[in-house]
Design a protein around this ligand. Structure first.
Ligand code: 5GP
Length: 116
């Protein structure tokens, strides 16, 4: 059983964070320390620690994360200019919060895909 992170508290609104989107499967809110002009996190309501812990039962949720990213990109006005979706996994992937989340990044030119 994975340990809850701050994201579970945000999803349940025990820590008040403005939500950009919430339904029965996913929740979206702005990153607390945005790396680019538009930096949103899209998080499954269910605690899944890493992408390694995903099962076939999660496919609907993972698909919803993409459709919500598309909707929010349009609302942010970055759908035509473009954006990037990132899910980090474990330490080499740069994961800091062990409740999977998709970063929606845009609002400016993002440059090369990786800086190592
Ligand atoms: P990771 O490195 O795990 O892919 O990304 C975790 C992200 O969560 C980071 O970009 C970090 O700024 C963000 N974050 C960490 N704690 C909080 C928080 O309490 N509220 C919000 N909105 N974002 C957070």
């Amino acid at each position: 059983m994975s340990e809850e992170t701050i994201f579970s508290k945000i999803i349940r609104q025990e820590i008040p964070t403005p939500l950009l989107y919430q339904d029965e499967l996913v929740t979206a809110f702005r990153d607390i320390s945005p790396r680019v002009d538009s930096h949103i996190l899209i998080v499954p309501n269910k605690l899944i620690a890493t992408i390694n812990d995903v099962t076939s039962e999660d496919e609907l949720t993972l698909g919803r994360m993409i459709t919500v990213a598309k909707k929010l990109a349009k609302e942010e006005g970055i759908d035509e200019s473009g954006y990037r979706l990132i899910i980090n996994c474990n330490s080499d992937g740069g994961q800091e919060v062990y409740h999977i989340h998709m970063h929606l990044l845009g609002g400016q030119h993002l440059g090369p895909m990786l800086s190592c």
